[in-house]
Every structure is written in structure tokens, then in C-alpha cells.
Design a protein around this ligand. Sequence first.
Ligand code: F6P
Length: 341
Amino acid sequence: MRIGVLTSGGDCPGLNAVIRSVVHRAVVDHRDEVIGFHDGWKGLLECDYRKLDLDAVSGILARGGTILGSSRVRPEQLRDGVERAKGHVADLGLEAIIPIGGEGTLKAARLLSDSGLPIVGVPKTIDNDISSTDVTFGFDTAVMVATEALDRLKTTAESHQRVLIVEVMGRHTGWIALHSGMAAGAHAIVVPERPFDIGELAQRVGERFEAGKKFAIVVVSEGAKPRAGSMEFASGGKDIYGHERFAGVANQLAVELEERLGKEARPVILGHVQRGGTPTAYDRVLATRFGWHAVEAVHNGDFGMMTALRGTDIQLVPLAEAVDHLKTVPAERYTEAECVL
Ligand code: F6P
């Protein structure tokens, strides 16, 4: 068979492990030919690709980022995008495409699949917000990076008797904030699923100082917003694609908490460091398993599906189901975390 693979959307530790696994399973075990499109869907739309053989994927298992490059370009953004993609798949004699990506990528995958292309998706995102899979690779690495940063920040916060507001990634969901906050023993966790009340947050942090503690760490997801009427909150406007830009919640919280508590407060934005560098062992294993199962799905003709972790098994779920809604932090998970803050 001739299989095309691409990585699209924000990069994520573990992408190279999937590419490597796809090539090994397809080329060695099935005698397939694999090509890799450059920069995500853009490569398919522009017919920009290279052959992926064993040499091409040698030594990439532990490497962060993606050897194929990525972009946020999607076929549906172009008027003739779907038709162009279909034309290139036919011209290249591709019998399957394995797109590796998050919510946006998988939505595009579903669209192309519905238009008749043979697609098996692989979910990725550090945000861990793809429903239908228990976990996405990249999440474990991001949580580890954030936890290590929080551990380090505690010592400087304590030395200066400060409140540090640490902003982690999480556009729509608070998984990274929840897990890193729990792992590092943060004193408050603020997630997009629960708009915060600035008065309650200030009270929680204030009570900690009243109890004689010398510092406080607040972990906040970049997409978190205050409850309506709770505080003035500047929006971040729109980016060049018209998407909502982040409002700088850590900066705004630092100003507000400093004024309300009379304590020095500083914002710390972890940003893309959470997406960079080598994947954890857990992410490498999950990514490798996804790659293996994606090739099996291709050979079984299970198109329009996505690999998913269910318990300890890798299963296939319909792409339609996977992009139906995001996996948000359930109230009970937040309650568990609150009890140990
Ligand atoms: O989707 C993963 C993610 O890391 C989000 O948490 C974050 O909001 C976004 O990507 C940032 O994307 P970009 O690299 O385009 O700034």
C-alpha cells in the first residue's frame, strides 16, 4: 500500500514517535511505502512531501517536535481545499492517509473522510481535551514540565514572600492546570470550566497568609475567565486568523491579587516550553502504540476512524464521535483537587 502521514496543528512531544512507529509497522511488516507531507495539511494541499523509510525515522523516538513540520492550515479554509486534497491523493496513488493532530486536525480529517478519502486519525494534544480517548500523548510531558516549573517556583516565591500566578496551557480545558497543580501542591487551581470569582480567590490566598504561610502558588489555565461581574477583564482581541487571542489571565490576576491582598504578586507564563523537548516514557509508548494501531486500521480498511486509549487498550472510534465535543474537567475531579490545595 502507499500511505501518507502528516502532523498538523500545535506540535506536541510524541509526534515523532508516532511517525517512527507508522513507518516501522508499515514498511517492515507490511512492505508498504510511506510518504510524509510537510507542514500538516499544507503539504497535502501543495503536494509537498518526502519519502519516509527506516533511515528517515532513525533516532527520532526521543526527539520533540515533528520531523515533518506542522501548521494550522486546513483544507476547509480554502475554497477548493477538499477537491485539491482529493486530487493530490489520487495523483499520488495514496491508499490511506494518517493525519496526527488535535481537535482542528481531526475535524478536517472527518470532513475529508466524509468526502470519500481513506483516513485513519491519530489524536495528539498536550491539552488532553480530545473526547473518546482517555489520554492523548504529549499531556504527560506537559504536566511533567509544568510540575517541575511549579516546584522550582515555590522556592523563589517563599524567599520573596510572594504570590506567583503560573499560567499553563489549556485553551478550553484545565487538564494541565489540574494535574500539575495537584502534583506540585499548588494553593489554588483556576480552570476554564469554572469561571473564577476574584473575591473568593483572593480570600483563599489571603487565608493562607493569615495562617502564617509565607507564599502562595496559583495555577491558572490560559483560557480561564472570571465569573461575570466578578472583576474587570480585558480581552486579548483576535489573532491574524481571527481566533480569540489569550487575555493574559496571569497578568490580570497578578495585578488584582496584589491590590486586594497587599502582597507582591508576579505572573509566570510557561507558554510553549510545555510543548517542547523530549517526550516522557509514557508519551513515547502511547504514541508508538497509536502508530502501530493506525497502520493496522489502514490494512483492515477501518477508515473514518481514530485510534483511542480506552483503559489500557488501544481501540478505534469513529472520527465523528471524536470531534463531537471536547473532554472537559469534570466537577468531581476539581473537587478532589480542591481538597488538597
Ligand atoms: O492546542 C495545544 C495548544 O498548546 C494550546 O494549549 C494552546 O492554546 C495552543 O496550542 C497555542 O498554540 P500556538 O502554538 O498556535 O500559539
